[in-house]
Design a binder for this molecule. Sequence first.
Ligand SMILES: Nc1nc2c(ncn2[C@@H]2O[C@H](COP(=O)(O)OP(=O)(O)OP(=O)(O)O)[C@@H](O)[C@H]2O)c(=O)[nH]1
Length: 300
Amino acid sequence: MTRAGFVALIGEPNAGKSTLLNRMVGAKVSIVTHKVQTTRARIRGVAMQDDSQIVFVDTPGLFQPRRRLDRAMVAAAWGGAADADVVVLLIEAHRGVTEGVERILEGLTDIGKGRKVALAINKIDRVQSEVLLALTKDMNERYTFAETFMISAEKGHGVQALREWLAKEIPEGPWLYPEDQIADLPMRMIAAEMTREKLTLRLHQELPYQMTVETENWEERKDGSARIDQVIYVIRDGHKGIVLGHKGETIKAVSKAAREELNEFLGRKVHLFLQVKVRPNWLDDAERYSEMGLDFKDGA
Ligand SMILES: Nc1nc2c(ncn2[C@@H]2O[C@H](COP(=O)(O)OP(=O)(O)OP(=O)(O)O)[C@@H](O)[C@H]2O)c(=O)[nH]1
């Protein structure tokens, strides 16, 4: 009997959701960087375990929303959890029960009803076992978790046990995706995320926060290569210069790094063309939210 179901990974920004998802799925579908808040959409990956197909909803980090986009992201994260068969709350071992974790636990009293919630304590490589045991006890006194896992998403410890457990917990039913399909994330979006990641790594603090990358065109060429055209949208003219860099150095380096990663990911040659454009106020453009897969409702 086959099984298939949705699993939502929730947690504070930087908890390690993308790292864990990549480990479970075994491919780079969600982008990991050292900066917080890089997950901009409900990215899903599919993992096969025994006869089960586990479909992951990689939600944006849950945090205290300040701006409209932030609110939409938090709403999307909770929305992902509400759609899921099983929820995994990921927390950081060395940070313990932060205010953010407390807020998520409050939210769980609602969302957790009628579905199993597992606790995954991540980054166990950073703490001693006494700390872990105390944290496990503390968390389980605050919420009735179906199971507690101690993992290191980065090193891979405990990840297989979590995956096997999830495989047993999701409902019986036919698979939702062909077996060889590791992610249903459109390739255009993956490609845009790669460029976004390279920009993030290159610009660090300078990065204009309100910046998006979109793949505008994807052309398969007869020689087996692909031509990909992307636009980097910033909200102010002044930001354009930052993205371009002195004599275009920044954009050139970003383009090279993104192209190399795309070559490797697709296993064939890629011609990547980047453009920077100004699009003011995209943050207030509700349509954009839905394009990103975020359920945006005014005031939500
Ligand atoms: N030491 C240690 N670091 C980890 C572990 N798992 C993840 N990290 C690091 O934690 C940071 C954040 O990981 P991400 O996977 O990007 O976190 P995220 O929860 O997806 O973050 P957002 O996209 O901001 O919500 C990265 O620098 C990871 O390398 C772990 O098991 N041990």
